[in-house]
Design a protein around this ligand. Structure first.
Ligand SMILES: [Zn+2]
Length: 113
């Protein structure tokens, strides 16, 4: 699996996501974005790293979604493909709020929640 090469003392699996254009890999720990080619370092998959990835994925789900809708031409709303402009104001505001709060970096997976 791919981990971030910037902090080998705390190994963080990169999240594969379409939330940022042209950068499919994202490190939820230091915030580094990398494209598909040459991202991170390949290490053997361990239970610990798999668990860490799951924790980060779950914790960043809303944030990644809120960022992702900005670069998509459409998003799913109540099961229907909808243009971003056509989302209810309430949902647009909710997503904007999440983006504003942003995701706090430098959080270890074990400390999440
Ligand atoms: Zn990193």
């Amino acid at each position: 699996m791919k981990i971030c090469s910037d902090h080998r003392d705390y190994e963080v699996p990169l999240i594969y996501t379409f939330s940022w254009a042209y950068n499919e890999y994202w490190c939820p720990y230091c915030g580094k974005h990398e494209g598909m080619m040459g991202a991170g370092e390949n290490v053997e998959e361990t239970e610990e790293l798999k668990k860490r990835l799951e924790l980060y994925k779950e914790a960043t789900k809303d944030y990644r979604h809120a960022m992702g809708v900005l670069i998509c031409s459409s998003t799913e709303w109540e099961g229907v493909q909808t243009k971003l402009d056509e989302l209810p104001e309430e949902e647009k505001n909710r997503l904007a709020e999440i983006r504003k709060k942003s995701w706090k970096l430098n959080q270890k997976a074990e400390d999440l929640k």
